[in-house]
Design a protein around this ligand. Structure first.
Ligand code: CO
Length: 255
């Protein structure tokens, strides 16, 4: 709920001329008022409390006062709040001013990818189904799905099993972890190439397809070591929710 509130407030202030540094200030303020802290801050040395990823930046853009949003930009704001030891992870796209039809479509299709991916989540089914559904929609629209980064379990830790790939894979090692319902500390059995492993599962999962208008390949900026960009400079979009697998299907916690 705190993360939802942060993104709702960002929606009200974001626009042409607003810097990504000011967006981060708002994240810090609301998170602090709620008695929380952002998981991003200090994570592996990350210097800010959210990620702001503009146009060809796929994810992990670092907020900066010198970076002002321009008419026609599309930007992902990724929020990770910790309250009383519980982590959430969510993001939305924002369209700044008059965006091109092409950019708007990418944002809309990526949201559809996320929602359909989430709808495909059923208990005791392979986690790989999510990527199959998302990749089909991306293919139909001539887009690609980023492969180098994935969704993940989230809850009492920032990143946990299972790894949630957003691309199609027929590899059992990537696709055959079965989604299990239950509490944060439940034990989950997964089948990997015929061997049963047991691990402590943080039941909530975060699903965040990163969809590119061009190639799925990416690079990381050398000067900051974080900013992930499309290799061909094409636009990229991402939408993200944290969900819990239930006996009936799923519950979206960040809606
Ligand atoms: Co995440």
């Amino acid at each position: 709920k705190v993360s939802i509130n942060i993104l709702d407030e960002i929606e009200k202030m974001i626009g042409v001329g607003v810097s990504t540094g000011e967006i981060d200030d708002l994240v810090v303020k609301i998170t602090k008022e709620a008695g929380g802290v952002a998981a991003d801050l200090g994570y592996e040395g990350f210097p800010k409390s959210c990620c702001t990823s503009i146009n060809d930046v796929i994810c992990h853009g670092i907020p900066n006062y010198n970076e002002k949003l321009k008419d026609g930009d599309i930007v992902n704001v990724d929020i990770t709040t910790i309250i009383n030891g519980y982590y959430s992870d969510m993001s939305r796209m924002f369209m700044i001013g008059n965006v091109s039809d092409e950019a708007r479509k990418l944002c809309e299709v990526t949201k559809e990818c996320m929602l359909e991916g989430i709808k495909s989540v059923k208990p005791y089914t392979p986690v790989g189904n999510i990527g199959n559904v998302i990749n089909d929609i991306a293919d139909k629209n001539g887009y690609s799905v980023v492969r180098a980064l994935c969704g993940h379990g989230v809850g009492l830790k920032f990143h946990n099993d299972p790894m949630v790939n957003h691309f199609r894979t027929n590899r059992k090692t990537l696709g055959n972890s079965a989604l299990k319902t239950g509490a944060i500390t439940s034990e989950t059995e997964i089948q990997i190439t015929g061997v049963a492993y047991t691990y402590t599962d943080s039941s909530p999962k975060t699903i965040y397809p990163m969809i590119n208008a061009g190639s799925y390949d990416c690079t990381i900026d050398e000067d900051d070591g974080w900013t992930v960009r499309t290799i061909d400079g094409s636009l990229s979009a991402q939408w993200e929710h944290t969900v819990v697998v239930t006996e009936d299907g799923i519950e979206i916690l960040t809606l």
